[in-house]
Design a protein around this ligand. Structure first.
Ligand code: ATP
Ligand code: MG
Length: 382
C-alpha cells in the first residue's frame, strides 16, 4: 500500500484523434511540475497518478497548477482485495462522526463485486465497526470513494485544479505585459488554453524606474510558474514617448503610443514565432479602450489580438488576479510608461485618418526600427 495523488483531466477527452498527443503533453507537463519533489508520474486507465514524494500538500499544490488537470484526490493505492480495501476504508472512518456515504467506481470488470455491491458491502462493514455513524445517500457529511482500476484507490476529497488545455498544445503568443492588474490576468487566461507565452514590456527610463521594471519581472515570474519560466522582451520606449509628447496633439498621445506598442509587438512576435498578441484591455475601461480606439490599434498588426478581459468588470478581473496571486504585486505603486504623459483630455472616438495625419509628424519607421534593435530579452524563472 502506498500514498498516491490521483489526477483527473477534463477537456482532453474531447480531442478525438489528437487525444494521444494531448495526453502525452499533459503527462510530460505533470512530470516537469513534480520533478523538484522527485515524484514518479504515470498514466493508466483515464487517470494520471503521482507517487514517491514526501509531502502530499506540496504535491497537490504543484499538480493543481498544471493546465489540463481538472481535479486531484490524495489517495491510498492497494491491491484489489476486498478485505484489504474494507480494512482501510474502516480505518479512514476512525474519528469521523455523523453521516457518510461510500461511492465506488469499478473499471476493472473482473473484480467480483460491481460498484453498487461494493458500496453496500463497505458501508456495512463501516457500520459494523462504527455503529455510531449513519448512512445518508443524499447529503452525507463524509464521502468515501473507492475506485477499482489496475489497483484499488481510496480517497475522501476532490480538490479542484486549474482546468484548461495542456500547456504547449495551442501555439505561442506575445503578452503585452504592463505592471498593472489586467495584463497578467489576460496572460493567464490565454495560457490556460494551452498557449505558451512570451511577455513584451515597454519601459521608459528614467520616467519609469528600475523598481517598476522589477515589478513587471515579478509578475512574469508569477504567471511563468505555469510554464516553467517566461521570456520577457523589454522594449526601450522613452524616445518614442518623448517624440509623441513633443510633436503630436496631446489628446491623441495615448492612442498613438498604443499604436507604436502594437507595431513593435508585431515585429517581436514575427521574430520569435509568436502567432498572436494578447492585451489586458476591457471595453470602455479607459479612453484608449473604446471600440474606435481598439480599431485604430488592431490594424497595426496582421496577427490575431486576443483580449480575454474585454467583457469583464474590474472587480471580476481583480478576483482572478487574487486567485492567481498577481494582485498584491500589481498594486505596488510604481509608475507605468502609460502614466508618464497622460493627456488631460484623451480622444475617446478617434478617427483613423486624423490619427494617421498626426503620426506623419514622426519618423515612425525609424523609431520602430531603433526600438526593435534595442530590445533586451530576459528569462525569468523561480
Ligand atoms: P493593466 O492593468 O494591464 O496595466 P490598464 O487598465 O492599466 O491595464 P492600459 O494602461 O490602458 O490599461 O493598458 C492596456 C493594455 O496595454 C494592458 O493591459 C497591456 O496589455 C498593454 N500595456 C499597457 N502598458 C504597457 C507596457 N508598459 N508594456 C506592455 N504592455 C502594456
Ligand atoms: Mg496599465
Amino acid at each position: 500500500m502506498r500514498k498516491v495523488l490521483l489526477a483527473r483531466f477534463g477537456e482532453v477527452h474531447l480531442k478525438g484523434q489528437n487525444r494521444p498527443y494531448f495526453m502525452r503533453v499533459l503527462v510530460d507537463n505533470v512530470k516537469k511540475m513534480v520533478a523538484p519533489i522527485g515524484g514518479h508520474v504515470w498514466l493508466s486507465d483515464s487517470r494520471i497518478y503521482v507517487s514517491d514524494f514526501e509531502d502530499m500538500d506540496e504535491c497537490v499544490s504543484l499538480v493543481t497548477k498544471v493546465f489540463g488537470i481538472y481535479s486531484v484526490s490524495p489517495a491510498l493505492e492497494m491491491e484489489k482485495d476486498l478485505d484489504r480495501i474494507a480494512e482501510e476504508t474502516v480505518r479512514w472512518m476512525d474519528g469521523v462522526t455523523g453521516t457518510f456515504k461510500v461511492m465506488c467506481k469499478r473499471s476493472d470488470k473482473r473484480f467480483p463485486l460491481n460498484s453498487q455491491e461494493l458500496a453496500v458491502e463497505l458501508g456495512g462493514r463501516i457500520l459494523d465497526a462504527h455503529p455510531e455513524l449513519r448512512v445518508d445517500v443524499h447529503h452525507p457529511q463524509t464521502e468515501m470513494w473507492v475506485e477499482i482500476r489496475d489497483h484499488a484507490y481510496l480517497y475522501n476529497t476532490e480538490i479542484m485544479a486549474v482546468g484548461g488545455m495542456p500547456m504547449g498544445t495551442s501555439g505561442k503568443a506575445g503578452l503585452l505585459l504592463s505592471g498593472g492588474i489586467d495584463s497578467p490576468v489576460a496572460g493567464y487566461q490565454i495560457m490556460r488554453r494551452g498557449v505558451n507565452i512570451q511577455a513584451i514590456h515597454f519601459a521608459s527610463p528614467p520616467y519609469t524606474s528600475e523598481r517598476a521594471q522589477e515589478k513587471v519581472l515579478s509578475l512574469a515570474r508569477i504567471i511563468g510558474k505555469y510554464e516553467y519560466g517566461m521570456r520577457v522582451h523589454i522594449v526601450p520606449f522613452t524616445k518614442i514617448q518623448m517624440e509623441i509628447h513633443e510633436k503630436c496633439e496631446e489628446g491623441m498621445g495615448t492612442l498613438i503610443m498604443r499604436r507604436f506598442m502594437m507595431r513593435i509587438a508585431d515585429r517581436i512576435a514575427h521574430d520569435n514565432g509568436l502567432q498572436a498578441l494578447i492585451t489586458g484591455e476591457s471595453l470602455g475601461q479607459v479612453a484608449s479602450q473604446t471600440m474606435e480606439a481598439l480599431g485604430c490599434t488592431d490594424i497595426m498588426t496582421d496577427l490575431p489580438v486576443f483580449r480575454p478581459l474585454i467583457g469583464l468588470d474590474k472587480l471580476e478581473i481583480i478576483h482572478i488576479a487574487e486567485k492567481i496571486d498577481t494582485y498584491e504585486t500589481s498594486i505596488l505603486p510604481y509608475e507605468d510608461c502609460c502614466t508618464v504623459f497622460t493627456p488631460r483630455h484623451p480622444v475617446t472616438k478617434p478617427k483613423l485618418a486624423n490619427v494617421e495625419k498626426e503620426e506623419r509628424r514622426l519618423d515612425v519607421d525609424a523609431l520602430v526600427e531603433e526600438a526593435v534593435a534595442n530590445v533586451k530579452t530576459v528569462l525569468v524563472k523561480d
